[in-house]
Design a binder for this molecule. Structure first.
Ligand code: GP9
Ligand code: MN
Length: 412
């Protein structure tokens, strides 16, 4: 009942990080464009394969004065993959530990980021050239209060402009900006890319670089499709500029989850120049790129905060100048001086600025060596479990039923 939500709310309040006045409202009233970069892992950023740059456009962005780039940012998804990342971005809560929350709890009450923005006068949508029922999106998006889903039916998909899972990312970007031009402003739209999806196949004309040569074809191809998605992001920026939407928008991009699973550790060890992938390395490989691009702001920098997908929502809402003290959210504003360097994965692994905890072992965050004296870090295990537990409690009990968003009060 409502009393359970009171307990949750107390936990949430004790974890809040005060917005930083230098950034609060920096992107007020701008259009919000959030791009889910399919399977984009951070190891490709500012890196090469066989002497070839993998993500030239994103690399430029890491140095761009209008861009915050986070290089210690982790995905926090579970079995729900892309949909889990969407859920986390909207709610700053974990998906469920079993299955995909988009399927298991689509009937719950949620107070999503889209809902907050609907109430602020934004027009909210998602753009994704796949069937609307994939991941149960059509039903879940209603519960997440997304006003419009531009699914595959909104796109011109031909044999020529598709590969792998469907519409290629470049035509997807081109057609999506056309759709944006007709949206009422300010708008909030989340775009989901698809070309860099397992099994990472692509047309020859879209292969701007040669594959890697580990012999593990999944890994070898991955670099090529990641390179292609990078090109698509470049096209997106060009089109936004041409359409005049660019200057009045904030563009947020995150890698949704890993693309290369543990089954490919041998090829990854070779690529990273290591003998083997340790549990420490495997945890560090869960880093995904995260960018916040605010045209004309000139406040960007490379950030080394230990961070994760749950932190996206509070960060964006504060950049838009919205107060979140009443919000039931588990992440923290990454631009807050109070942001803690503590990121918990869905499976219980966690990372701080000092340690990485994986396979029931504490590793030194810098050297990757197991730590002998773990006594100072034991408390984090409890804190990590508690975070997951309270987030699960909200979903399992459908506790936001008891939340009155008008007043921020809890009802019985
Ligand atoms: C499908 C896309 C990919 O619509 O979201 O899903 P994934 O397999 O990455 O979860
Ligand atoms: Mn995905």
């Amino acid at each position: 009942d409502g009393s359970e939500l009171t307990e949750v709310s107390n936990y949430v309040k004790s974890n809040q990080a005060e917005p930083n006045p230098s950034y609060f409202g920096l992107a007020k009233d701008r259009n919000v464009i959030i791009i889910s970069l399919e399977s984009m892992q951070n190891f490709v950023i500012n890196n090469q394969v066989k002497g070839q740059t993998i993500t030239p456009f994103l690399n430029e962005l890491t140095k761009d004065p209008d861009t915050f780039y986070f290089d210690e940012f982790y995905h926090q998804t579970g079995l729900g993959k892309t949909s889990d990342a969407e859920f986390i971005v909207e709610n700053s809560m974990y998906g469920t530990g079993r299955g995909a929350v988009f399927f298991t709890n689509a009937g719950n009450t949620f107070e999503s980021m889209a809902s907050r923005l609907n109430d602020t006068g934004y027009y909210t949508s998602v753009m994704h050239a796949n069937n609307k029922s994939f991941w149960n999106r059509d039903l879940m998006y209603e519960s997440l209060h997304i006003k419009k889903f531009f699914d595959v039916a909104s796109y011109n998909v031909t044999e020529k402009n598709s590969a792998n899972w469907g519409l290629k990312d470049i035509p997807f970007m081109e057609q999506s900006v056309k759709l944006m031009e007709d949206l009422p402003q300010p708008f909030y739209t989340r775009m989901l890319t698809l070309s860099n999806h397992f099994p990472f196949t692509s047309d020859e004309e879209d292969q701007y670089i040669k594959p890697y040569d580990s012999g593990d074809e999944t890994v070898d191809r991955y670099f090529q499709t990641a390179r292609y998605t990078d090109e698509a992001v470049k096209v997106l920026f060009q089109r936004l500029k041409q359409s005049g939407l660019y200057d009045n928008s904030i563009i947020v991009m995150y890698g949704d989850h890993y693309g290369i699973s543990d089954n490919h550790n041998k090829a990854m060890a070779r690529y990273l120049g290591k003998d083997a992938i340790t549990p420490y390395d495997a945890a560090k490989l869960q880093r995904v790129p995260f960018f916040i691009h605010i045209p004309g702001s000139n406040k960007g920098k490379v950030m080394h905060e230990v961070a994760g997908e749950l932190d996206i929502r509070p960060t964006i809402l504060h950049l838009l100048g919205l107060n979140t003290t009443q919000d039931v959210q588990f992440g923290q504003d990454l631009l807050s001086k109070e942001h803690q360097n503590f990121t918990v994965f869905r499976d219980g692994r966690f990372v701080t600025d000092r340690v990485v905890y994986a396979a029931e072992t504490f590793y030194d965050a810098q050297t990757g060596k197991p730590i002998q004296n773990t006594q100072p870090y034991g408390k984090y295990i409890k804190q990590a479990n508690r975070k997951l537990e309270v987030s699960d409690q909200v979903i399992n009990g459908d506790l936001l039923r008891f939340y009155d968003k008008q007043t921020g009060q809890i009802t019985e």
